[in-house]
Design a protein. Sequence first.
Length: 508
Amino acid sequence: MINQEDFFKKITAHAKEYGFVFQSSEIYDGLSAVYDYGQNGVELKNNIRNYWWKSMVQFHENIVGIDTAIFMHPTTWKASGHVDAFNDPLIDNKDSKKRYRADVLVEDHIAKIEDKINKEIDKAAKRFGDAFDKAQFVSTNPRVLEYKKQIEEIGHRLYRSMEQNDLEGIKKLIEDLGIVCPISGSRNWTEVRQFNLMFSTQMGSTVEGASELFLRPETAQGIFVNYLNVQKTGRMKLPFGIAQTGKAFRNEIVARQFIFRMREFEQMEMQFFMRPGEELNWYEYWKETRMRWHLSLGIPASKYRFHDHEKLAHYANAASDIEFEFPFGFKELEGIHSRTDFDLAAHSKHSGKKLQYFDPELNESYIPYVIETSIGLDRMFLALLSFAYNEEKLEDGTERVVMKFPPTLAPYKVAILPLMKKDGLPEKAREIMSDLKQDFMCYYEEKDAIGKRYRRQDAIGTPFCVTVDHQTLEDNTVTIRDRDTMQQERINVDELQHVITEKVKIKM
Ligand code: GAP
C-alpha cells in the first residue's frame, strides 16, 4: 500500500502534468504559497464555486449574493479586530534561521504523540486479531492513557497561553517539550513574537497623501458593511443570508502542503442574520446543511468529521469546523461560526451608523445575530483532487490513473472522439460536438489510438467518452463510455443530451 506522503506527491505532480494547478510565476522559480490554475483546474474551480453558489443562493429563497471589493476602508479592519488581533505567534531557530509558527510546532509535537497511540493500537490489533476491542483498549491500556494525558496537558497549556497572549508561556512550553528545529536539530530558539497576517499596500499617488490599505484577509467583512444596503434594497426579512465568493490574502508564515495554505486564496462565505436568541438553533441547522452539501457530492461520510471548538474566539458563542481527511490527515475545510452581533455592533460603533433591523412582529429594533459558513475554495479543490485520484490495475494488466470527480464538477463532461481521422468520421463528430457544446464543456480529440485517448480523458476526469465510428454514419448511433465502469453502450445520437444531463446536472 502506498504511503500518504507519496500519495500526496503523486496528486501534486498529476495536478501539474494535467493542467490543473501550476506554481505562480514558475519561470522565475515560483512565488511561495501562491498558485495558478490551469486549463482544467479553472473549469473544476468554476464548477465548485457554481455548485456552492447554486446550493446557497439559488436554492435558498432567503439568501442573496453580492460581490464586494478587495480594498475596503482601513477602519473596517480596526472594527473587525484584524488590526489588533489577526496575529500568529512566530519563533525563529537561530541556527537554521528558519521561521516557524510557535503553536504549529507544539501541534506537530502533539501529532507525534498521537502517532504513538496509533502505533500501540495497530500492534494490539495484530496481537489480538478478531478479538480486539479498540474502544476498550484505548480506554484501559496504561501506555495509551499516559500519552492521552500528555496530549491533554500540552493542549491545555498551549490554548491557555494563546488565549492570554502569553508569548513567554508558549516559548516555555516549546522548551519544556524539548522541541528541536526540524532543519538544524537544535533548541536554539528566539523569543516568540506576534506577527500580523494582513498584507498592506498604499492607495494614492504621493507618499504624503497615500493611505495604508489592507488586502482583505476574509470576504466576510464586505458582507457586514453592506448588511444595511442589502437589507433595505432587497426588503429582506429576518432570517436572511448574504453570500459571496472572492479572493482573500494572508501573509501565512507556515505556507506548505500545496494549495492547502496559500497566501492568496478564495473563500465562499455566507452570513446568516437572525433574531438574537435564535442563533444556536440556526447554528445546528447550518452545521447539518453544510455537511449535507459535502455528502451530496458522493464523497463518503468517513472522509468528514466535525471538530467542535472548545476554545472560542471572543466574539463567538459556538464554532465548529468541518474537517476533511486530506492525505496529511484530518484538517479544517470549512468553518461554521456563531458570531453573535459582534461584527455589526463593531461596525456600528466605528462608523456611527445604526446597523439594525426593525422587527415588525416585536415592534423593536435590534442588531441581528449572525451564523457564518466559510469554506476555502482552494481547499475544497484539494479535497476533491485527493478524493478523485485513483490508480487502477485493469484486467488486461495495464494501469490507469482516473480522476473520479463527481460528474457535476468534472472540468469536461464529454469527449467526442472520431475513431479514425478519415471517411467522414471527424465531420460527423464535429456535428455532434457543435450540438452538445451548447450545454456541456466538450473535448474534441482525433489524435492517437482510441485507448490512449480514453486514458487522457480518465486522467482529467471526463465522465463520458463518445466514439464516432463507421456505424454512426449508417444508423446515427455512437458508443458512450462511462469513465468509472469503462462500460460502453451503443445509443442513438439523439439520446446523448438526455443521458449526459441525467448524470451531470446539479441535484440537491
Ligand atoms: N470569515 C471567517 C474566516 O475567514 P477562517 O477559518 O480563517 O475563517 C475560513 O477561514 C476558511 O478559509 C477555512 O476553513 C479554509 O478553508 C480557508 N482558508 C483560510 N486560510 C486559508 C489559506 N491560507 N489558504 C487556503 N485556504 C484558507
